[in-house]
Design a protein around this ligand. Structure first.
Ligand SMILES: *[C@@H]1O[C@H](CO)[C@@H](O)[C@H](O)[C@H]1NC(C)=O
Length: 284
């Protein structure tokens, strides 16, 4: 027979379990649309933000701290609601949240809020500006767009990876990295000099496209699908590994940008240059 002490203990455990589930669902919020979640995940990796922050962002929780603000700028450039030169871009938000298209007064509210809040940011602080614009959107979203269940959220499935996506990533990462025009002019010719800005750009492109990961290195199956024509995957992998292994000892293990530049770009330099020259007209 259970003693009364055991019964009390069991009841307390049940109560605790119930509290735990209640508070867990209490904190949950709508996850952002898939394209924004993907961009957030890429930006957390690229900016070296602690992994567990991504869980917050995936629940649409965006605290006011420097990491989060710069993550919002990075994701904003990737999905198209922020540009350092143009500023806050409502169109980019509308393509993520189509129900916003029908709510003209909400659009107006977001824009006038963003204008005020961005004007009060330090001029050079593009992270704070992007974040503050986005906050205006989040506030409007919290009170509802005033349109109930407009379009069922389009499955914004990401496009299959191809040369166009690669070129698009180059231009997005050039914006995130604030690459000067002289360097961009070299990139469109398929030339990527070994300087700090370019190394960082290559790492950004790699992470955004999935062609590269700081821990896993180059994604050989994906590179094979881009560049492997005429070879077996095994042969392609063998050649790639020779290049990666020869260079590994020369690389500073702490320098993530240098690692990406060599293992992703240098080992496939001819292929990348050819890909870019073949698609040069698509680049801006
Ligand atoms: C957040 O979302 C991204 C993209 O959907 C996913 O890859 C990642 O695993 C999620 N992370 C967490 C911690 O929820």
């Amino acid at each position: 027979m259970a003693s009364s002490g055991q019964v009390v203990a069991a009841a307390a455990v049940l109560l605790l379990m119930q509290l735990a589930t209640t508070s867990a669902s209490f904190g949950a919020r709508d996850p952002p649309p898939p394209a924004l979640r993907e961009a957030q995940a890429a930006c957390v990796k690229y900016l070296g933000i602690c992994d567990n922050r991504l869980r917050q962002y995936n629940n649409s929780v965006y605290p006011t701290d420097q990491d989060t603000m710069c993550m919002v700028r990075c994701a904003g450039i990737m999905v198209g609601f922020w540009d350092d030169t143009v500023g806050f871009k409502l169109d980019g938000l509308i393509s993520l949240f189509p129900e916003l298209a029908a709510a003209a007064h909400v659009q107006h509210q977001i824009l006038s809020c963003a204008e005020k809040r961005i004007a009060s940011c330090p001029p050079q602080d593009t992270c704070a500006k992007a974040y503050n614009g986005f906050r205006c959107f989040l506030d409007a979203k919290k009170s509802g767009f005033g349109v109930k269940d407009a379009l069922p959220a389009q499955s914004q499935s990401l496009k299959p990876f191809d040369a166009q996506e690669f070129i698009r990533s180059l231009s997005i990462c050039s914006k995130i990295q604030r690459i000067p025009k002289e360097l961009r002019n070299l990139y469109v010719q398929g030339v990527f000099p070994n300087d700090e800005k370019t190394r960082s750009l290559i790492r950004c492109v790699g992470i955004r496209t999935g062609l590269y990961d700081d821990e896993q290195g180059p994604n050989i199956p994906m590179l094979y699908s881009l560049f492997g024509a005429g070879q077996t995957e095994a042969e392609f992998r063998r050649r790639a590994n020779i290049c990666i292994n020869v260079n590994q000892p020369l690389l500073d293990a702490q320098d993530k940008n240098a690692q990406a530049y060599v293992k992703l770009y240098r080992c496939f330099a001819e292929q990348f240059s050819a890909l870019i020259r073949a698609n040069a007209n698509a680049m801006v």
